[in-house]
Design a protein around this ligand. Sequence first.
Ligand SMILES: C[S@@+](CC[C@H](N)C(=O)[O-])C[C@H]1O[C@@H](n2cnc3c(N)ncnc32)[C@H](O)[C@@H]1O
Length: 211
Amino acid sequence: MEKPEATFSRQISSQYVNAYQLHVGHCISVIIVDFWLVFWLGVIGFLLCLVGIFVWLIWPIAIGAMYVPTEVAVARRMLELADIGEEDIVYDLGSGHGRIIIMAAQEFGANAVGIEADPIRLRLSRRAIQRQGLSQKVKLIQGNFFNQSLEAATVITVFQSQRVNQKLKSKFIEELQPRTRIVSNRYTFDGWKPLKIDKDLKVYLYCLGEC
Ligand SMILES: C[S@@+](CC[C@H](N)C(=O)[O-])C[C@H]1O[C@@H](n2cnc3c(N)ncnc32)[C@H](O)[C@@H]1O
């Protein structure tokens, strides 16, 4: 016959074992639930990132053209064709990383304004402008250039698309001063006769009214 103390201690130890098993089971189920929670949060985060990148890439195309920088030689030719000087105020519509506005200020002494819808590119161009010490001469506007006033411009530079150029024509006629020069990289303005053309680099200079 087993002693009562032995029976008691066996009951206690089996209770401990049960409690331990319960605890381990609970821990495992918590780990499994946590794993799936983290997994699905990761999947959702990843999908949101993909959607963000997609919107970031597609959005400029919806309102204009996607980002492709003008080559340095073409940018310089655009500004030369427009005969930019210190008295000019150059507006780059969709200024991207700021190459044209920086060059207009640095090499031609003009004041320049860049209008850019993409906040990331705008921030990068702002840093570049600060690094070059051009903050007094080059200004940036974040937004859609169709919604911004262009009245102060004496020169417009644009690298968009044939469709966007067509849409810009009525805005130019409404807002720009007579004799404002418009230089377009690659795309023309249907129905308008260019004043000068660089056929090799595909740069077109237009002038509003008599020039
Ligand atoms: C082809 S890139 C030209 C960049 C720069 N002007 C250059 O020549 O290097 C077109 C730029 O226009 C911007 N953009 C497109 N539509 C726009 C709009 N409606 N308003 C403001 N920026 C726009 C895009 O985000 C992109 O940076």
